[in-house]
Design a protein around this ligand. Structure first.
Ligand code: NAD
Length: 499
């Protein structure tokens, strides 16, 4: 066991109690930097989900009656406890996920920001008041909670994404059943402890650990879970969407990306290199918004390539707990193999490998899963490495000769999460922010760096029209209710008695 302060075996958190899973089935959680076992996570089943639903249903009825400003105060307390424990949370996050400690701190901060932001919603949760078309009649709309919500989260942002989903759900008066990824259960465990300590009533948040096939599917199947909010891969998202579709269940999907940085001929190349490095190799490229394509103007391609290669040589790779390390490991063996497979595909397709392209297996890397930061050039937009999500530290350079062509290349993929442009030309800036078809657009910054008070999500194959975080998140976890109050003392028929 790597850290004596971490429990050897985790248990579920249901109805305010720490409970053993019904089946005595566990799987180890390994530190991707060292390969060592950190803890074991339950592989719960349908019965655990049923217990969570019973608790969540009961709790939600009471919770919805608590005035929203009071619900918000508890959320504010959650944020304060997260702030107190930021350093501890960040180091556990690095241990289970591998991202470097600086990024782990940033991710925890994102959760803290979300708590304070959503706590503010307790005194807003605005609806609308509007005139009625009839005399002596009042009309308004309010946000009503949907009831019990199910959230299913991935391993790559195990705490931030959970806060984007659970905090708006909680402040809006819902109860939550959360299934975290089995690779990174400790963030869920720590956050559940914080919910308990903050005084959240029993059953308002329940954490059920387990696989997607068992716990995830049991959540989707249960009629009393009225919303599924999912973040993860497209393959899983499609399965969830079709199952929810058959049940007419509301479903919010945030999925993969094939994000690009555009570098125009007038760009500040030093800044562009910094932006590419941070967004392509941060979290070892395992971000949904990671830059995996650089669409570069032909006039600056050579210089950008040279500078990028030099900068890549400076990247320090290793265990993310070491403050000097910039690139951590890949989450597990399977993911490492997938990255390597794509590099082989790229070579077979005729792309030129300029750097990296191999698994790091020197002694110091041998117990973890590390991949060398990789750069391809001469990549054509129709190659698989330019179209499919690799989810690793692999970047493809694609040459273009105009802004129009750059935008075309950017948009001509099935994903639509994030894009960026480096240019000094204001006309190009405004053309790009209008014509790039992604849910997020950055100007003179890389493809990562979302702030929690703006909507987060993408178009086309990245999502299904909903957004996480920002005010838009409330739309997933509330139903609009339109209310008409007639104080005329007689029956007034809309559209008829308007004279
Ligand atoms: P994944 O789809 O394998 O798993 C995500 C979650 O879904 C996990 O909790 C998993 O257990 C669960 N799951 C798996 N099969 C299921 C099923 N049949 N029914 C219900 N639940 C099921 O994804 P991952 O590998 O954990 O995460 C990486 C992916 O997530 C990448 O594609 C990345 O781009 C995407 N992602 C998207 C965003 C975004 O906001 N757009 C953010 C982060 C990650």
């Amino acid at each position: 066991m790597e850290n004596p302060n971490i429990e050897k075996r985790l248990v579920n958190y249901i109805d305010g109690e720490w409970v053993l899973p019904v089946k005595n089935d566990y799987t180890p959680v390994r530190n991707p930097a060292t390969g060592k076992t950190i803890t074991s996570v339950p592989l719960s089943g349908e019965k655990d989900v049923l217990a969570a639903v019973t608790a969540a249903k009961k709790a939600q009825k009471e919770w919805a009656l608590v005035p929203a400003p009071q619900r918000a105060e508890l959320l504010f307390r959650v944020g304060s406890l997260m702030k107190e424990r930021k350093e501890k949370l960040a180091s556990i996050l690095t241990m289970e996920n591998g991202k470097v400690i600086e990024e782990a701190r940033g991710e925890v901060q994102e959760g803290i920001d979300m708590a304070y932001y959503m706590a503010g919603e307790g005194r807003r949760l605005f609806g609308q008041t509007t005139p009625s078309e009839l005399k002596n009649k009042f009309a308004m709309s309010t946000r009503a909670p949907v009831g019990v919500v199910g959230i299913i989260t991935p391993w790559n942002f195990p705490i931030a994404i959970a806060t984007w989903k659970s905090f708006p759900a909680i402040v809006a008066g819902n109860s939550v059943i959360w299934k975290p990824a089995t690779e990174t259960p400790l963030m869920a465990y720590e956050l559940a402890k914080i919910f308990e300590e903050a005084g959240l009533p029993a059953g308002v948040v329940n954490v059920v650990f387990g696989s997607g096939a068992e716990v995830g599917e049991a959540m989707i199947d249960h009629d009393d879970i009225r919303v599924i909010s999912f973040t993860g891969s497209n393959d899983t998202g499609r399965v969830i969407a079709s199952k929810c579709g058959m049940k007419l269940k509301k479903v919010s999907l945030e999925m993969g990306g094939k994000n690009a940085v555009i570098v125009m001929d007038d760009a500040d190349l030093s800044l562009a290199v910094e932006g590419i490095l941070w967004s392509a190799f941060g979290t070892s490229g395992q971000r949904c918004t990671a830059c995996s394509r650089v669409i570069v103007h032909e006039d600056v391609k050579e210089e950008l390539t040279e500078r990028l290669l030099l900068a890549m040589e400076q990247l320090t790779i290793g265990n993310g707990l070491d403050e000097s390390v910039k690139v951590g490991p890949i989450i597990n063996e399977k993911a490492l193999e997938k990255v390597d497979r794509y590099v082989h595909i790229g070579r077979q397709e005729g792309a030129t490998l300029l750097a990296g392209g191999y698994v790091l297996n020197e002694d110091k890397y041998s117990s973890g899963h590390y991949y060398a930061p990789t750069l391809f050039t001469d990549v054509r937009p129709d190659m698989r490495i330019a179209k499919e999500e690799i989810f690793g530290p692999v970047v493809s350079l694609i040459e273009v000769s105009s802004l129009e062509e750059a935008i075309d290349v950017n948009n001509n993929v099935t994903f639509g999460l994030s894009s960026s442009i480096f240019t000094q030309n204001i006309n190009q800036v405004f053309t790009a922010q209008r014509d790039l078809d992604t849910g997020i657009v950055y100007v003179n910054a890389g493809t990562t760096g979302a702030e929690i008070h703006l909507p987060f999500g993408g178009t086309k194959g990245t999502g299904n029209g909903h957004r996480d975080s920002g005010l838009a998140a409330l739309d997933v976890f509330t139903e609009w209710r339109s209310i008409y109050v007639d104080f005329s003392g007689r029956l007034q028929r809309a559209q008829i008695d308007t004279e």
